[in-house]
Design a protein around this ligand. Structure first.
Ligand SMILES: [Zn+2]
Ligand SMILES: [Zn+2]
Length: 496
């Protein structure tokens, strides 16, 4: 018997956590964070308590209360919360479709011996997030055991070990597109798809009952759009018994003509940049390499340099040698914008280098000596030479950069909502008005297939059953004759 249980992504965009069970084997398709559920109870200053481990998350319905918690969640967290632990993992793997938080973030809470499968690019993006983010719940590849003590070196008394001392690597396995993983009677086939982050996969799970296809998050346009079309073709050939299908953009009265492609974004941004006398300031998702490429192409066409943030520079360095399609850090049209931090000494030449370096985290320091680094003063003095990315959390940089009249701001987020959390538009607009950057340009192309494309995808794949996930409108899914739409309920098991 094969069954599916949906522990997230039901009636909401993101938070996918789908359990697939077959003959005693149990695998997960994604294990993401639900922004909706989290937003009901928590915010920036009202956060789950670390000492409670998984308890706060279980209590508020953010993590699933599975049957075998001891074999699933982190042992250090369970033990500290006086919950049962187990020497053995009770689950056989998590297959991550991509590195967006709403699909991947909660692997932080899982035991280190449960294998995590994802593309090489996803692995490197998660490594990059782990190294650069300050959040307390980002142990994707390396697992630091907490709440432990060790004897002092002097032999007397106990001490808390440094986090480096308790570090264990997770069982993280990189999948090549087309690769198959055998788990008992299941064979999971990974297929590359295109989305607003590189390295995205869709899965075909071959079960004794037939194939279950999972789209993950997909779009048909963009530089890698052909990958999605290949996935659909391959899924159709497999004649699936079930299709777990995203529907982010499925809504009433969709106007498909509204939707731009990545190519349109490039053209429109080029037009705006060509008309801008001074500085071009843009905000786009920092992990969206296709969008970065669009801005990079425009920089090349218009004789400007694209200024990357330190996080982007680090990510690009991590992605070197992969098929993520990112430009090289040493490219003539790329510069690295070193923003001011802590004491803000980067543009104060009379301070010694070792003191300046202390403004930056270890992972940032190597970029300080890159020949193509720029500071706020460089950008201020040569405004017509740059396109600089300034995101919500860096809006104070505008005070240092001081854009002159004739500068512009391009808002180029992928979705009206943000899969990585809500952005406060009103506050952004106040900043833009203050700096004479209002009205601003809005140039956006979605990371998701349109409702009409999803309808055609279902027709082409022609599965027996469709489970709509990652959508606020599962009731609007339309299926061809011979296909039944089953709207999943959270926590309920569906036998196939
Ligand atoms: Zn998503
Ligand atoms: Zn996504």
């Amino acid at each position: 018997m094969t069954s599916l249980t949906f522990h997230g992504g039901v009636g909401e965009i993101g938070g996918n956590k789908i359990l697939l069970e077959d003959g005693g084997k149990r695998i997960w398709l994604d294990f993401g964070m639900s922004f909706k559920q989290s937003g009901l109870y928590f915010d920036e200053f009202l956060q789950p308590k670390k000492y409670n481990g998984v308890i706060d998350f279980l209590e508020m319905g953010l993590l699933p209360g599975v049957t075998d918690m001891a074999g699933f969640y982190r042992q250090d967290y369970l033990a500290h919360a006086d919950m049962p632990t187990s020497p053995d993992a009770a689950y056989d793997g998590v297959f991550l479709s991509h590195a967006h938080a709403d699909h991947a973030n909660y692997i932080h809470f899982l035991r280190s011996d449960i294998p995590i499968y994802a593309s090489e690019v996803t692995k490197r993006i998660l490594a990059s997030l782990e190294d650069t983010s300050s959040s307390g719940f980002n142990e994707f590849l390396n697992f630091k055991e907490t709440f432990t003590l060790r004897p002092k070196k002097t032999g007397e008394g106990m001490m808390k070990p440094k986090s480096e001392e308790t570090k264990v690597a997770r069982d993280f396995r990189a999948l090549a597109p087309g690769e198959r993983v055998v788990v008992g009677d299941l064979t999971v086939e990974a297929m590359a798809v295109n989305h607003s982050i590189p390295g995205a996969l869709g899965f075909l799970v071959h079960t004794p009952q037939g194939v279950i296809a999972y789209t993950g998050d997909i779009r048909f346009h963009g530089y890698g759009g052909a990958l999605t079309r290949d996935f659909v073709k391959r899924a159709a050939e497999a004649q699936p018994i079930a299709l777990i299908c995203e529907g982010t953009r499925v809504k009433k009265d969709e106007d498909e003509t509204e939707s731009l492609t990545e190519q349109d974004v490039q053209e429109r941004v080029a037009k705006v940049v060509n008309q801008t006398k001074n500085l071009v300031i843009a905000n786009y998702p920092w992990k969206d390499i296709e969008r970065l490429r669009s801005f990079y192409e425009v920089a090349k066409m218009t004789g400007r340099k694209l200024a990357l943030s330190l996080k982007q520079a680090y990510l690009l360095k991590r992605l070197e040698g992969t098929d993520a399609g990112a430009p090289s850090l040493g490219d003539g049209n790329i510069v690295i914008y070193i923003d001011r931090k802590t004491w803000g000494l980067i543009n104060k030449p009379h301070y010694p280098q070792n003191i300046v370096e202390q403004d930056y985290s270890a992972w940032e320091r190597e970029f300080l000596s890159y020949p193509n680094r720029v500071t706020c003063d460089d950008i201020h003095r040569h405004q017509s030479d740059f396109i600089v990315r300034v995101d919500f959390f860096d809006l104070t940089d505008l005070i240092n950069i001081r854009p002159d009249d004739g500068s512009c701001y391009i808002r180029s987020i992928t979705e009206p909502f943000d899969e990585e959390g809500e952005i406060e538009l009103e506050r952004v607009e106040n900043w833009l008005k203050h700096f004479g950057l209002y009205p601003y340009e809005q140039v956006h192309a979605s990371g998701h297939a349109s409702g009409a494309e999803i309808k055609r995808l279902i027709e082409e794949i022609n599965p027996k059953l469709v489970f709509p996930v990652h959508t606020e409108h599962p009731e609007l899914f339309v299926a061809p004759p011979g296909t039944r739409v089953e709207i999943p309920q959270a926590g309920k098991s569906y036998r196939l």
